[in-house]
Design a protein around this ligand. Structure first.
Ligand SMILES: Cc1cc2nc3c(=O)[nH]c(=O)nc-3n(C[C@H](O)[C@H](O)[C@H](O)COP(=O)(O)OP(=O)(O)OC[C@H]3O[C@@H](n4cnc5c(N)ncnc54)[C@H](O)[C@@H]3O)c2cc1C
Length: 209
């Protein structure tokens, strides 16, 4: 196992995977891609128009309320991360996963949600409502352009069944909905990992017999 090594390129050539890394060239019979799927943070188009005095963070860079400048904070996006960040700012909790599970079924009762009245101007006037920070929780897109194998669909995502692609020996894990909702979550990946580990071991045995 090597740490701190980036795989810059994977290509499939004559039934062998050739890997270019930040350290050396490698060859492998099987490759399991476990690089997660939250690579490129989505950002709102107006982000660059906000004054430089407002701190802008992506969800993955948020640590705690104490790490933000004093003043109002705008959380953009109300998915899992947005709700956890809002909850953390509101109650200053550090048990984000536990909080998420608890509030999942009853989120509106927990966090004071603002809804515009019909016809209300929904623009944000920063001269009336100055912000100290904006936390962008708008999701992430995947970036697998460093893998050169015929397994990707038109949107750049791997086509697979439970992580197994049609290219022999190339497998993915940790993708959202790889098999179930939990596949892209910390507490759901174990089932997928066991399934894949068995297939890989079986393939290794077949190759060596
Ligand atoms: C903002 C955010 C909030 C989240 N909140 C939650 C949550 O509250 N609960 C929950 O269950 N899940 C949450 N998730 C999802 C959770 O982080 C992932 O499901 C989990 O981290 C996946 O684990 P993984 O090991 O597959 O990938 P990761 O944890 O993403 O690890 C991938 C590793 O691969 C490395 N890597 C990437 N590319 C390369 C390369 N080319 N060469 C070498 N190494 C590489 C990275 O440096 C990293 O170390 C969140 C994700 C994000 C982005």
């Amino acid at each position: 196992m090597w740490e701190g090594v980036t795989v810059q390129r994977v290509s499939y050539d004559a039934e062998v995977y050739r890997l270019s890394t930040s350290e050396q060239e490698l060859e492998a019979d099987q490759v399991i891609v476990v690089t997660g799927s939250y690579h490129i943070p989505k950002r709102h188009l107006l982000a660059h128009q906000l004054p430089a005095s407002i701190l802008q963070l992506d969800a993955r860079d948020y640590r705690s309320p104490a790490s933000l400048p004093a003043g109002p904070v705008l959380v953009v996006g109300s998915g899992q991360s947005g709700c956890q960040v809002a909850e953390d700012l509101f109650l200053n909790l550090d048990q984000a996963d536990a909080v998420y599970c608890r509030i999942r079924s009853n989120i509106d009762a927990w966090i004071p949600c603002w809804e515009p009245s019909p016809g209300e101007d929904t623009g944000l006037d920063l001269s009336k409502h100055p912000l100290a920070a904006v936390i962008r929780c708008m999701g992430y897109s995947s970036d697998f352009r460093w893998i050169n194998a015929p397994v990707f669909d038109g949107s750049g995502l791997p086509a697979h069944h439970r992580g197994v692609t049609r290219t022999p020996g190339l497998n993915f894990i940790g993708l959202p909905w790889l098999h179930t909702w939990g596949s892209g979550r910390l507490f759901g990946v174990a089932t997928d990992a066991c399934y894949l580990a068995e297939l890989i071991a079986r393939r290794g045995e077949q190759d060596s017999s």
